[in-house]
Write a protein that binds this ligand. Structure first.
Ligand code: PEP
Length: 248
């Protein structure tokens, strides 16, 4: 049984003061749900968020991480630093990191392995561009990202990774992939993981869909066979819509 996981990706939004306001509203109105609820806040809000979420059912996540533990890596944040703040999840390889900051599969793979070694759950993002979808190479693109993302990961650690399938053309655009298209890709990702390891292992991997998920479309997406959750940008920035997502 795969426990659903709904993660908010706040991206570069919310000052520390705004974080406190939003998290207080979420915590005050949160009702127990059968999902893992995660908020991935900016680095500058992690410390405050960690205090506020202590002893609550909301899990804390970061949006990126470097693969070294310390050293001359100006501007980077290490796994130890995140662990020290009580971070349990980290988004890795988000398409904005790939596209704007030039992160490639090899770097992302190092980060995924480091997260596992530090007992932080990596949320490994994969997904194709509109051009790749339209030209028909989208399955190959995502397969390559999965094969490279899981390179060198022991079979016993595979289910520690959460995969987020996020078609780039659906992120922040209001365009959602149809539930069938999203599910087909999540199913395909599971098949690729099964080929790489075995079906039993792939069956335990949680795969999220991300791309303009909102309260209006989440229940249909979550009813699909291979979609185990959502990674949500815009709709996670408001307490009412975030809570509605958790209560899909
Ligand atoms: C995201 O940032 O991962 C995302 C899916 O954004 P949005 O929900 O706003 O499309």
């Amino acid at each position: 049984m795969r426990k659903p996981i709904i993660a908010g990706n706040w991206k570069m939004n919310k000052t520390q003061t705004e974080t406190v306001e939003l998290l207080n509203r979420i915590v005050e109105n949160y009702t127990d749900v059968e999902v893992d609820a995660v908020v991935c806040v900016p680095f500058t809000s992690l410390s405050k968020a960690s205090e506020l979420l202590d002893n609550t059912m909301i899990h804390l996540g970061a949006q990126n991480m470097f693969y070294e533990e310390n050293g001359a890596f100006t501007g980077e944040v290490s796994p130890n630093m995140l662990k020290d703040l009580g971070v349990e999840y980290v988004i890795l390889g988000h398409s904005e990191r790939r596209e704007i900051f030039g992160e490639e599969d090899d770097l992302i793979n190092k980060k995924v392995k480091t997260a596992i070694n530090h007992k932080i759950t990596p949320i490994l993002c994969v997904g194709e561009t509109l051009d790749e979808r339209e030209s028909g190479v989208y399955l190959d693109k995502v397969k390559t990202q999965i094969l490279n993302g899981f390179a060198g990961i022991d079979s016993g650690d595979v289910s520690k990774v959460v995969v987020a399938y996020e078609p780039i053309w659906a992120i922040g655009t209001g365009k959602t992939a149809t539930s069938e298209d999203a599910n087909n890709m999540c199913k395909y990702i599971r098949e690729v993981i099964a080929e790489l390891y075995e079906a039993k292992i792939a069956d335990n991997v949680r795969i999220q869909y991300g791309g303009s998920v909102k309260p209006e479309n989440i229940s249909e997406l979550m009813s699909m066979s291979d979609i185990d959750g959502a990674l949500v940008g815009g709709a996670s920035l408001d307490s009412e819509s975030y809570l509605a997502l958790l209560n899909y």
